[in-house]
Design a protein around this ligand. Structure first.
Ligand code: 0X9
Ligand code: ZN
Length: 306
């Protein structure tokens, strides 16, 4: 469980309960399914928000908690669920967005890791998955180096199982990235945000190269990523940049989502702006402000889906 004082953060079980409650309260808008199971057998919950009018409309995706210790992101996904379901009846702007899109939310991409991170009632500083690495005594792969586009290509990940950015024995070696990527491939997501912490950044692909344009990314497409990224960053006061300007990564989710499906796919690095390991563990009192802070950016992203 979360340490004393941080009980407002949702454990995996509490997150699942919150999703079930959204369905119970808004059966006409919210639908719970699973993209598959984690290594330890937890369901990778998917909450779909759509009205009767949404049928056939553009699909949008929000994913959270790819990295175990980035618990504020799970709260971000729950906040999105709450806002688009509870807000539907009373807020016309919300109703319009839901009626003209199909919104999907995955609050826990790495539930084994996040449960391990809070095991023993104290924070473990865990980032990766929890699957033992074959032929090694190490546990866990960095899921955000395990996606199947340019996997391990460019020095943006490690082949050392003990490294925090270990890319796994092969692309999609982790059941979590495999399941979520299969789920994504079965849809046509026009736009996507993968929430992380921390540094207050809006990041766009490619991550594997510092070049602005590359195979599958024209100058026009790169400009759209930058334009929309800057628009969103204007609202939450994050810093916008191409992800490789921060540092090069290969095998991250955005590169895969863009190259596979031309999904307008961003990474948000949430609060705080700087810190050490404590930056991953802001007090629960920050949750309302730091999730609401992204409302306008989320709306821009949804509207970009068309
Ligand atoms: O390294 C990551 O996976 C992300 N940062 S985090 O501190 N949450 O681990 C950033 C990934 C964005 N992509 C690139 N920087 N290329
Ligand atoms: Zn992260």
């Amino acid at each position: 469980d979360f340490p004393p004082g941080d009980e407002a953060y949702h454990t995996y079980a509490e997150t699942t309960d919150a999703l079930k409650k959204a369905v119970a309260d808004h059966g006409d808008l919210a639908q719970l399914s699973s993209a598959g199971k984690s290594f330890e057998g937890r369901e990778l919950n998917v909450l779909k928000i759509a009205s009767k009018a949404s049928e056939g409309k553009p699909e949008v995706l929000f994913t959270c908690n790819q990295h175990a210790r980035e618990h504020l992101t799970t709260e971000m996904c729950l906040h999105i669920v709450q806002r688009f379901t509870d807000g539907y009846a009373s807020d016309n702007a919300i109703k319009d967005m839901v009626d003209s899109h199909q919104i999907y939310v995955v609050p826990n991409m790495n539930p084994d890791g996040s449960e391990y991170d809070i095991s023993g009632g104290k924070y473990q500083g865990w980032r990766k998955t929890r699957k033992p690495v074959p032929d090694s005594t190490e546990i866990g792969t960095d899921p955000n180096r395990n996606w199947g586009y340019k996997w391990g290509c460019c020095g943006g990940s490690s082949d050392d199982p003990s490294a925090e950015d270990y890319h796994g024995p092969s692309a999609f070696s982790e059941p979590e990235t495999k399941a979520v990527s299969d789920f994504m491939a079965a849809h046509r997501f026009k736009a996507h945000i993968d929430f992380h912490t921390f540094s207050e950044l809006v990041l766009w692909p490619y991550g594997y190269t510092k070049d602005d344009t590359a195979e599958g990314m024209s100058a026009e497409e790169a400009k759209r990523f930058a334009d929309v990224g800057r628009q969103m960053a204007d609202t939450n006061k994050y810093t916008p940049e191409q992800s490789s300007d921060l540092y090069v990564t290969d095998g991250d989710v955005n590169d895969w989502a863009w190259s596979k499906s031309k999904t307008l796919s961003y990474t948000f690095e949430m609060y705080p702006k700087d810190g050490g390991i404590d930056g991953f563990y802001p007090p629960a009192s920050e949750i309302p402000e730091q999730t609401t802070r992204n409302d306008a950016a989320v709306d821009i992203l949804v509207k970009q889906a068309g």
